[in-house]
Ligand binder design. Structure first.
Ligand code: F6P
Length: 362
């Protein structure tokens, strides 16, 4: 590819720690190794809908090593406003995909690198196919639910934050003989809950993939309370259902809903069934902030460099992925393969059971 090429990079979906490290790696590789121009598109596809198109020229000064330490995304992002069904002020949904594609043409992009989760990746791929845009995807999400990659950018930091929360809850739980419930994020995936619960030494971990019985959890806690260990730490993933089988959700003014609140439901149920004093912590968006951990920065850097190399090779409709300690690339459609926790042979599930952690089912 000649030095006159211009590539675009955007972040899409919920933010997480490590996005700036990806952007920095894309810029460093594209400029230093290939002499390309890099445009950072603002707020996902929203920037491409604005006229003039909203972007910033990224140089080595703006995308420097210090930036790799910062959480959030310097480009901004959005998890609203699918261009194929864009919410208009009059309440209708409009297909604005051609405007996005026109935006790509207006700024003369030779290729687009999109950093997103599975939902964003599906939208960006559809745009790329419709507009014949050479596209590469980079997986990011604290939920770690993108297919074909062992790790998505942001996951390790979220697990670290949740683990630290357990570390801090443990002494106060022990001091007051309380049952502490920690609700963590993860959407329909229990990986943050399981990984942090194992690392932090939780007594009970509840995940959406494994149906639980409150009686089983209460019996486990009662057994603990009869021993010298007169307190308990319970980690619950936000998408775990209540005793009616329903998700606990919060409805937002914008009309959308997110999971949240199962911790309080569980806290009350456990106070009733065990007689223990319970307290609930809902960790929320702190899991997406803070400095990225070293491994998120590493994966982010490897992903950014490899994505630019794919553009140089002319290999498109690919997603970079982390497999067996290496960065690889896979067909973009692999992003949509299920990445749920496996059954009993899943390493996280098996390890938790091996440590005697109650998963609520037996
Ligand atoms: O997908 C990432 C995530 O943080 C989920 O874990 C959580 O359910 C959701 O996003 C929260 O979305 P929002 O940022 O819209 O509150």
């Amino acid at each position: 590819m000649s030095s006159s090429k211009t590539i675009g990079v955007l972040t899409s979906g919920g933010d997480c720690a490590g996005l700036n490290a990806v952007i920095r790696a894309v810029v460093a590789r594209a400029i230093q190794s290939y002499g390309w121009r890099v445009l950072g598109l603002k707020q996902g596809t929203h920037g491409l809908l604005r006229r003039p198109v909203d972007f910033a020229v990224l140089d080595l000064q703006s995308a420097n090593p210090a930036m790799a330490r910062m959480a959030g995304t310097i480009l901004g992002t959005t998890n609203r406003g699918d261009p194929f069904a864009y919410p208009m002020p009059d309440g209708t949904l409009k297909d604005r995909s051609e405007e996005v594609i026109e935006g790509v043409r207006l700024i003369g992009l030779d290729a687009l690198i999109g950093i997103g989760g599975d939902g964003s990746m599906a939208i960006l791929r559809r745009l790329a196919q419709q507009g014949d845009i050479p596209f590469i995807g980079i997986p990011k999400t604290i939920d770690n639910d993108v297919g074909a990659t062992e790790s998505s950018v942001g996951y390790h930091t979220a697990v670290m934050v949740a683990t630290e929360a357990i570390d801090r809850l443990q002494p106060t739980a022990a001091s007051h003989d309380r049952v502490m419930i920690l609700e963590v994020m993860g959407r329909d995936n229990g990986q943050i809950a399981l990984a942090a619960g194992i690392a932090g030494g939780a007594d009970v971990i509840l995940v959406p993939e494994i149906p639980y019985s409150i009686d089983v959890v209460a019996a486990h806690i009662n057994k603990l309370r009869q021993s010298a260990h007169n307190f308990a730490i319970v980690v619950v993933a936000e998408a775990v259902r209540d005793n009616t089988g329903a998700h606990v959700q919060r409805q937002h003014m914008a009309g959308n809903a997110t999971y949240g609140g199962i911790g309080h439901v569980l806290g009350e149920a456990l106070a009733r069934t065990t007689g223990a004093e319970t307290r609930v912590t809902v960790l929320g968006h702190v899991q997406r902030g803070g400095q990225p951990t070293w491994d998120d920065r590493l994966v982010a850097s490897a992903f950014g460099v490899h994505a630019v190399d794919l553009v140089a090779e002319g290999k498109f409709d690919r997603m970079v992925a982390w497999q067996n300690r290496r960065v690889v690339d896979v067909p973009l459609t692999a992003a949509f393969e299920p990445a749920q926790l496996g059954a009993s042979d899943d390493t996280l599930v098996h390890t938790a059971r091996g440590l005697g952690i109650c998963l609520g089912d037996r």
